[in-house]
Design a binder for this molecule. Structure first.
Ligand code: IPD
Ligand code: CA
Ligand code: CA
Length: 272
């Protein structure tokens, strides 16, 4: 079985595990304040890891809950449940995200939303799909017609939270609306599907965005950092758009930070 098909098979297994346990009593703990992990997250990641290693025993696996194993040019990047807070509160907006890369190049990405039975997937140069339907980003080219989304870091002391609250206000004024849906992976999948025109967030991790990045790019979208520079999985911000509005979006975010005086405060803090 090739890596994409294996990722799709694993995503279905993860989805079944989520649906089977969502109304059961399960243990929930806090990794840090406001950052939930449930026993379902842990069980899914363990199961997926075991299945991958059965097929590809030498591969490296990076998962949110158990960290990295091994070192190999072939790497799987897994978020067992993206949107755990929604899952725990029985809000049906969560998914599993599985990506596969070789030598740092994303080759396959799968995001499965069990509540809607939607399997978003892409392979490098092979296009992006949801179930059997090909995906394309939206064609909007005016900011004021766009519907966009963001997310907020769980650490309430973080400077990124202050910055993003400013950006939320700025972007809400210039667009049709800003959503905070609670799953970065699904936010990216929705940009790929043209349901959202853009998404941005600070301080995400590789497991939140690896699959979504490839799916957005294969659907014709553009990914960069918030300041417009090129994005890597360990970058401290991500901006995904339908391509058409990318530069306008970068400019609007830059202006938002400038107007709030945040750039100035940051460069002063760097000098001191
Ligand atoms: C979180 C979700 C959320 C985003 C947070 C992530 P988790 O992932 O993607 O939308 O705003 O920054 O940590 O904890 O549910 O896997
Ligand atoms: Ca996540
Ligand atoms: Ca997670």
């Amino acid at each position: 079985m090739n890596e994409l098909n294996l990722a799709k098979k694993l995503a279905r297994i993860a989805g079944q595990m989520m649906l089977a346990s969502k109304t059961q009593d399960f243990d929930i703990s806090m990794k840090s304040k406001n950052d939930y992990v449930s026993e379902v997250d842990l069980a899914i990641e363990k199961r997926l890891k075991n299945e991958i290693l059965k097929h590809y025993p030498e591969d490296e696996i990076l998962g949110e809950e158990y960290g990295g194993t091994g070192e190999n040019g072939r790497r799987w990047i897994i978020d067992p449940i993206d949107g755990t807070t929604n899952f725990v509160h029985q809000i049906p907006f969560y998914c599993v995200s599985i990506a596969f890369e070789t030598d740092g190049i994303l080759k396959a990405g799968v995001i499965y939303s069990p509540e809607n039975d939607e399997m978003f997937f892409a392979s490098l140069d092979g296009g992006a799909f949801v179930n059997d339907q090909k995906l394309s980003v939206s064609l909007k080219d005016q900011l004021d017609t766009t519907l966009i989304a963001t997310g907020f870091v769980t650490n309430k002391q973080s400077i990124s939270l202050t910055k993003n609250l400013e950006l939320f206000t700025t972007m809400a004024a210039q667009t049709r609306g800003v959503r905070r849906l609670g799953s970065a992976a699904l936010d990216l999948a929705y940009v790929a599907a043209g349901r959202l025109d853009a998404f941005w967030e600070y301080d995400l991790s590789a497991w939140d965005i690896a699959a979504g990045k490839l799916i957005v790019e294969e659907a014709g979208g553009k990914i960069s950092r918030i300041d417009g520079d090129s994005h890597h999985l360990d970058s401290d911000s991500i901006l995904a758009t339908n391509f058409m509005i990318h530069q306008d979006f970068v400019n609007a975010l830059k202006n938002g930070l400038k107007t709030a005086g945040i750039e100035e405060r940051e460069s002063l803090a760097e000098k001191n």
